[in-house]
Design a binder for this molecule. Structure first.
Ligand code: NIG
Ligand code: FE
Length: 457
């Protein structure tokens, strides 16, 4: 008999999404590793053992016993692409789009992303943090236990860093693990119109190094080192050696991202930004092929991107490159749904071609005001012809790999963080089958219950 902190037992299905250390592809995406009458033992925030209820109840004695009879137990969802730090809303744009306005035309006319930039520049750090925290609370209640969050509504040094501060503060003050991404190259700032290359220079020379310094101070707790070194009169980010930074970034990934698109950044500008981050050890993500194929998918794969996202216009040659690479393809069908479009990225073809596909809401105020990964799953199943099993693996284990956390979370496997959902469903397929509601009963993060529907009035 072993002692542990918590045993969850009796699950009608415990879906492990176990992947043996690598993202799932092709037929493996249809396997969710379901265990009937499943159970899991948790100790010190980590998964100690997984098996049938008979096995786990025989081998483990626990302080807390959670009865999951009639319910599904699944890995916490991983949201691998969001823009939840922003001020204001885009309700006017919503109406304009209903009346026929085009998203990229709105942006070209100084609205869209730029209207959120104006409001975000005016907001204080506390306002940004509080608004983002409320959004993250909604996502947690819908099953998210790890969430990537991007900057990109600042588009100047001061506000990009303010957004990054808000992201680090979210990570410190919220049960959800928050993974930071610098997306200073999200749109051309109004003051750089016609001088796009100058803005790219600013990102590479100033914003990336200062963002890295902030990351070193806030995200990886180099504070004490920084203080002692600052006393010696040295206060630029070079105070941290290259090997210290690379070591930190191995365990706490920090991403660089770009919107490679007509009226945003062209292929060469995008490459410069990604290379500037890569030189400093940042991991690469890229928004590619949302509206126009500029060759961004190939370029990002060749640079070793961890993920490429959207993929609506990806070519067959690029699908073959993606399939042969370690890069994860992230689909965001909530965006197409939000545009009222009937065209979606051909995820069916990508999965059948052996690409590792992850799924995201792309939660943002313009193209996808949607906190619900289960809703993204519902849309992916109906319009992109994913099976519920593929959608679940795409929102858990493959999404974890898309944020560089595939070794820590995204599946129920011994040794991984105890990030676990108890879901009011008898069969995991219900998660994508039902839409518009919330089936989450409990969310467990690193072994602790951090959300419980049954405890709510
Ligand atoms: O992923 N495409 C660029 N960025 C976001 C939209 C952000 C916004 O509209 O505010 C996206 O779709
Ligand atoms: Fe996005």
């Amino acid at each position: 008999m072993n002692n542990c902190d918590t045993v969850i037992y009796g699950a009608s299905q415990l879906v492990t999404c176990a992947s043996g250390g690598k993202p799932k592809r092709a037929a493996r995406m249809r396997n969710v590793g379901a265990i009937e009458n499943g159970a899991v033992a948790l100790k010190n925030g980590v998964i100690a053992a997984v098996g049938t209820s008979d096995e786990i109840l025989r081998d483990y004695r626990a302080e807390n016993i959670i009865d999951a009879r009639g319910k599904v137990v699944a890995p916490g969802f991983v949201e691998c692409h969001t823009h939840i730090v922003y001020a204001g809303n885009r309700l006017d744009e919503f109406e304009l789009k209903i009346k026929g306005a085009d998203y990229m035309e709105i942006l070209a006319g100084g609205g869209g992303i730029i209207s959120t930039v104006k409001q975000t520049r005016e907001a204080t750090l506390t306002e940004l943090f509080e608004q983002a925290r409320a959004r993250l609370d909604k996502m947690l209640a819908l099953g998210v236990t790890t969430c990537e969050v991007k900057t990109g509504y600042g588009l100047n040094t001061e506000t990009e860093l303010k957004m990054l501060e808000a992201i680090f503060k979210l990570n410190e003050n919220h049960p959800v693990d928050v993974i930071p991404t610098l997306l200073a190259a999200h749109a051309v700032p109004p003051e750089y119109k016609g001088k796009e290359d100058d803005y790219i220079d600013l990102i590479c020379r100033e914003i990336v190094p200062l963002a890295l310094r902030l990351y070193a101070l806030r995200a990886v707790n180099f504070e004490s080192k920084a203080t002692s070194r600052n006393e010696a009169g040295n206060n630029d980010f070079k105070e941290f050696s290259e090997s210290e930074m690379l070591f930190a970034m191995r365990d706490n990934p920090f991403f660089i991202d770009v919107f490679c698109e007509k009226n945003a950044f062209d292929l060469e500008q995008s490459r410069k930004v990604l290379e500037a981050g890569k030189r400093c050890g940042m991991k690469i993500k890229a928004h590619v092929d949302e509206f126009t194929n500029l060759g961004g998918a190939r370029m990002a794969i060749e640079l070793g991107a961890v993920s490429i996202d959207h993929l609506d216009r990806i070519s067959d040659e690029e699908i073959a490159l993606l399939a042969a690479s370690e890069t994860i393809g992230v689909i965001t069908p909530t965006v197409n749904f939000n545009f009222g479009s009937s065209e979606f990225a051909d995820a069916r073809k990508m999965i059948d071609s052996n690409c590792a596909i992850a799924l995201s809401t792309d939660f943002n105020p313009g193209s996808a005001p949607c906190p619900s990964l289960p809703n993204a799953m519902a849309i992916a199943c109906r319009y992109q012809k994913l099976l519920p099993s593929e959608a679940l693996n795409a929102a858990t284990i493959n999404a974890a790999f898309a944020v560089g956390a595939g070794d820590k979370t995204g599946s129920i496997e011994a040794g991984k963080q105890a990030d676990i959902l108890i879901i009011k469903a008898e069969d995991y397929r219900r998660i994508a089958y039902e839409f518009g509601g919330n089936l989450i009963d409990k969310v467990i993060k690193k072994g602790e219950i951090v959300f419980s529907q049954t405890n709510r009035a």
